[in-house]
Design a protein around this ligand. Sequence first.
Ligand SMILES: [Zn+2]
Length: 288
Amino acid sequence: MKVIYVTGLGRSGTTLLDVLLNAHSGMAGVGEVHKLRGFARLQRCKNPQSIDRIGNSCACGAEDIWQCPFWTRVNAELEERYGRRLDDLDLEARNRATFRRDNYELFAAVAAVKGVDYVVDSSKRVSRLRRLLKHPDLEVIPVHVMRNPKGRANSVRRRKGQIFRPTFQYSYRSLRLFALLFKRLHIVVRYENLASAPEEEMRRIMKQIGLEFEPAQVNDWASQDNHNLAGNGVRAAKSSEIALRETWREDLSLAQRAGIDLLSIPGRTLNWLKELRWRWAGHEAASS
Ligand SMILES: [Zn+2]
């Protein structure tokens, strides 16, 4: 069982990569699957006003995962092979045995329903990646997606008004991923490269994963079957157009840019060192 784990920070292009990977015929994307229990238990909520239902829909357009043909098939598969339902699973269990069993069974059910060998988990969390990497029955391929910290900070600023907090987060997350991945085979993706030359980047990424690139991944990804949980609006896009978003060039003042550049030096340095080591390493070559 192979799991592609997309990590990095939100507002960095992780959802874009997730949908492009999901568009491959040999892969099934499940999005931020660590939130599955929240999605699965939504129907039990007695007061629908108390939960943001819009935020709990499936990427296919279903109002919730119990209305979605894919997730209901995954649920049936789980019940048959494991005797448990989606809302019983604890994918973030503290208990190691439960964590390993529940995650394995979910990935196996998803792979069986879609008839693939690879499942794409875009939960992003570093702690979850660390635990999955220790799973004896999963082959986990980490993919670190990073974005220019000015672009990410501006994206967060537009939603929450913060600008330096996302920059601290950038350096802190970069440090944690450096510690976890510097000595471990993984794939590095820069949002700016992915959005400006998607085919070139996807060819490289697929080669590192060990699968053949499929043109639909960049030409027709929006019309593929997609049942990702959470993520941003890209997951439900109607058009397969990919555009590089660099509004920070107009939005940020010179002082703001200088501040972000200064605060992100530790993170950028660590990311650069890590990328230098792994960017061009082929998957098979480096694991042999
Ligand atoms: Zn769906």
